[in-house]
Design a protein around this ligand. Structure first.
Ligand code: ZN
Length: 153
């Protein structure tokens, strides 16, 4: 938490106490650089994120579904389970940091693809082929070709 006086990022907590029925915690902090004091409030993010599917229906974001999709894409690939867990954690963080209440399944798919691309190329293409719902093999081939061309850049 940045000091509101000097912008320094480290502070020590002098006092923590719950406020309004325990829904948040008030912390009195002292900046380690300038020594000034300020107050921060910490609260639990309880707003669920809804995923908007292609047909407009919505359901609550479920990380385990994403995980199983990624696991499937990584079948027989040299990708460890902890890498997959890390990917899903990163995704969850990215989504919650974007502070949206609704996100399209398409957008989530793109975020997963971006993360998978760094992890394993084959898993990435497998995931992409399912996610983008290619109509036929030619479309998939075009996509792979495009990807190869992009890599030359
Ligand atoms: Zn300060």
């Amino acid at each position: 938490m940045k000091c509101m006086f000097c912008g320094f990022t480290e502070s020590k907590v002098l006092d923590s106490r719950p406020t309004d029925e325990g829904n948040s915690i008030r912390r009195r902090r002292e900046c380690l650089k300038c020594g000034k004091r300020f107050t921060t409030y910490e609260m639990i993010e309880t707003v669920p994120i809804l995923v908007v599917k292609n047909d407009g229906t919505r359901q609550q974001f479920d990380a385990s579904k994403i995980k199983s999709g990624v696991v499937k894409s990584c079948e027989k690939r040299p990708v460890a389970m902890h890498d997959i867990d890390a990917l899903v954690n990163t995704l969850e963080k990215q989504i919650s940091n974007s502070l949206v209440q609704e996100i399209s399944s398409r957008k989530i798919g793109e975020m997963v693809m971006k993360l998978l691309k760094d992890l394993d190329q084959i898993a990435y293409i497998r995931f992409a082929s399912v996610y983008r719902q290619f109509r036929d093999v030619t479309e998939l081939a075009d996509f792979i070709k495009d990807e190869k061309m992009n890599q030359k850049d």
